[in-house]
Ligand binder design. Structure first.
Ligand code: SF4
Length: 173
């Protein structure tokens, strides 16, 4: 109970204060967001939540730009060719029987959460979208994993499948 309460303090008080600071120190903003995501994740783990009803939410930029299959409406349209990480993420999701969705933005992500009504979320996104999404979703437990962006933001990104699997395993009974 204390971890949930403390998470509320971190997300609703500490985070806005850090973002205010980030408005003055713009080069530090992303590290502030990452710090809050890490704090949130440890507190979610401390809550000891165990549930089968997990939503795995992915950003559209994980799909490689060379792939012209439309997977935003239905990620299972993916042909699993392995040119991008979507194939393995579908595999993990099927293995653990998760709800798996791809969001193209914050409002779509919010609608998915409202429709699916998960008991916990594992979310992949950039630090900015993750931190704001985690704050918006509170008290719902969200473990956030930031994506890797070797080609810049929102383009051919990737994510550590090990980190995603570890987060899911921590929530699964
Ligand atoms: S795994 Fe292949 S088919 Fe699936 S989204 Fe990636 S590139 Fe497209």
């Amino acid at each position: 109970m204390w971890a949930k309460w403390l998470r509320g303090i971190v997300l609703k008080i500490y985070y806005p204060m850090l973002m205010l600071l980030g408005a003055f120190f713009k080069d530090k903003k992303e590290s502030f967001q990452r710090h809050v995501i890490n704090l949130n994740n440890s507190l979610v783990l401390k809550q000891g939540i165990k549930t089968q009803r997990i939503l795995l939410m992915l950003p559209h930029c994980l799909q490689i730009d060379k792939c012209d299959i439309r997977i935003t409406n239905n990620i299972y349209n993916c042909k699993r060719c392995g040119r991008c990480g979507v194939k393995d993420l579908i595999g993990v999701s099927e293995d653990k029987k998760l709800e798996l969705y791809m969001a193209t933005g914050g409002s779509v992500a919010r609608k998915i959460v409202m429709d699916v009504r998960p008991h916990a979320i594992v979310a992949v996104a950039c630090e900015r979208d993750l931190s704001s999404g985690i704050v918006d979703s509170y008290p719902l437990p969200v473990i956030g994993i930031h994506n890797e962006r070797p080609y810049g933001p929102c383009f051919n990104t990737s994510v550590s499948i090990e980190k995603v699997t570890a987060a899911i395993n921590a929530l699964c009974p």
